[in-house]
Design a protein around this ligand. Structure first.
Ligand code: PLP
Length: 411
């Protein structure tokens, strides 16, 4: 066969294969491979029996609706339920904002970047951030600029944001993409004061905040819940994104955006172009689960299930990590982020980890710059059992010990 010379559009030239997915293939090779890699819920987290029951009712009562074409905004009932929840539990303004049901929150960011990002525009993010967002920005020819993440503060520094926006005299910065609650990959949550200030700074500079919040419901400690950045928004400068992936099933491909009315109108247009509407069957399932008053109980169950796993990971890191690994204990979410101490050779560490059959996500993958963060790696604790977590962390600690640079050599 002759060689093919495709002329791909420039907007896809900068896209890198998603290492998270690439590793998915490798990890299946060894029988004893321990996956602390991706943000997967555990199988015990799926309410299979409840959904099977609901499913029968949906086939009986709504078959012709969910098999037919549907509305781009999403089914009215689920949109109303989501609004009621956001208003009741988070105090969000659902009068001057509207809800669009998306095909996963992955599509939410894609649609938002599509309507705001021109070629060459900048989207600010935390320096440690979700690779899906980075790729989505690049797919529209945008640039991603990471702001330093202050681990003590559990946030970017609002003063740095202010300086960055003030220096942007050409107004290239269009959006600030943040994961303020149970951050991916770091796991931590921004304080209320920082949220309020970040909103005010973006409002004053007319920059839209994209608040990505797929983990927000999963708080495992007694720490009071932080308000959403969106809760401070009185001027239409924040788009709030939620997802059913982490609290129901990623296979549902259900997410949503709460966006200011004018933004919402544009989002509906691009949603029509993208895929017309999100999967109707799952919209009915989710809606019925909420209507049957099962959803809060399900989230309460998840919190119990995952707290045990988080505790197992923290205990294992405290037991085995001493001297070589540092980490911040999160209050919720799916991840613990770990840093290799300076006397560990990061390249050797990842080789040692491969030999020991443990999958983690290296910091470079989950960063705006894509490099310079090899000392960080992310661990998922929701998928594995507590026992597997213990074994995985023990292997990680052994890999770190094996990668220790000989004493007296400083780099
Ligand atoms: C911060 C963040 N945003 C969005 C997503 C995508 O979620 P969804 O399955 O809703 O597309 C993820 C999934 O890992 C995530 O971690």
């Amino acid at each position: 066969m002759s060689e093919q010379h495709y002329q791909f559009a420039t907007r896809v030239a900068a896209l890198q294969p998603n290492t998270l997915r690439e590793q998915a293939k490798e990890s299946q090779i060894a029988d004893d491979y321990i996956k602390l890699t991706y943000g997967y819920p555990s199988n015990e987290a799926f309410p299979v029996a409840k959904l099977a029951k609901i499913s029968e009712r949906i086939y009986r009562d709504h078959a012709f609706e969910f098999m037919q074409y549907g509305e781009s905004e999403g089914i009215p009932k689920l949109r109303a339920q989501i609004k009621a929840r956001l208003s009741q539990y988070q105090g969000l303004d659902v009068i001057t904002n509207d809800v669009l049901i998306t095909s996963g929150s992955t599509q939410g960011m894609d649609l938002v970047f599509k309507i705001f990002v021109n070629e060459g525009d900048i989207v600010l993010t935390e320096e440690h951030t979700f690779v899906g967002a980075v790729n989505a920005v690049k797919s529209y020819g945008g640039q991603v600029q990471g702001l330093p993440f202050d681990l003590e503060r559990q946030s970017i520094n609002p003063d740095v944001l202010l300086e960055t926006l003030a220096a942007d005299t050409a107004h290239q910065i269009k959006l600030l993409y943040l994961i303020p609650t149970f951050q991916n990959p770091i796991g931590t949550s921004m304080s209320s004061a920082d949220r309020q200030r970040i909103y005010a700074i973006c409002r004053d500079h007319d920059v839209m905040v994209y608040e990505d919040d797929p983990y927000g419901d999963l708080l495992y400690t007694e720490t009071p819940e932080q308000p959403k950045i969106k809760a401070f928004d009185t001027t239409g400068h924040v788009i709030y994104a939620g997802s059913f992936s982490k609290i129901l099933a990623p296979g549902s491909r259900l997410g949503f955006l709460l966006a200011p009315e004018r933004v919402f109108q544009k989002l509906v247009l691009v949603k029509q172009v993208a895929d017309s509407f999100a999967n109707l069957y799952w919209q009915y399932l989710a809606s019925q689960l909420i209507e049957d008053d099962e959803f809060n109980a399900h989230i309460a169950y998840l919190k119990k299930l995952y707290k045990v796993k988080l505790d197992a990971m923290v205990a294992a890191l405290q037991r085995d990590g001493g001297g070589n690994l540092t980490f911040v204990v999160p209050d919720g979410g799916y991840f613990v982020s770990v840093k290799l101490n300076d006397d560990i050779d990061a390249a050797v560490f990842y080789d040692e980890l491969d030999k020991r059959h443990v999958g983690v996500i290296p910091g470079n993958v989950m960063s705006a710059a894509g490099q310079g963060y090899e000392r960080y790696f992310r661990l998922n604790f929701t998928l594995p059992t507590p026992e597997t977590i213990g074994q995985g962390v023990a292997r990680i600690a052994a890999a770190a010990a094996a990668a220790k640079k000989p004493q007296g050599i400083s780099v």
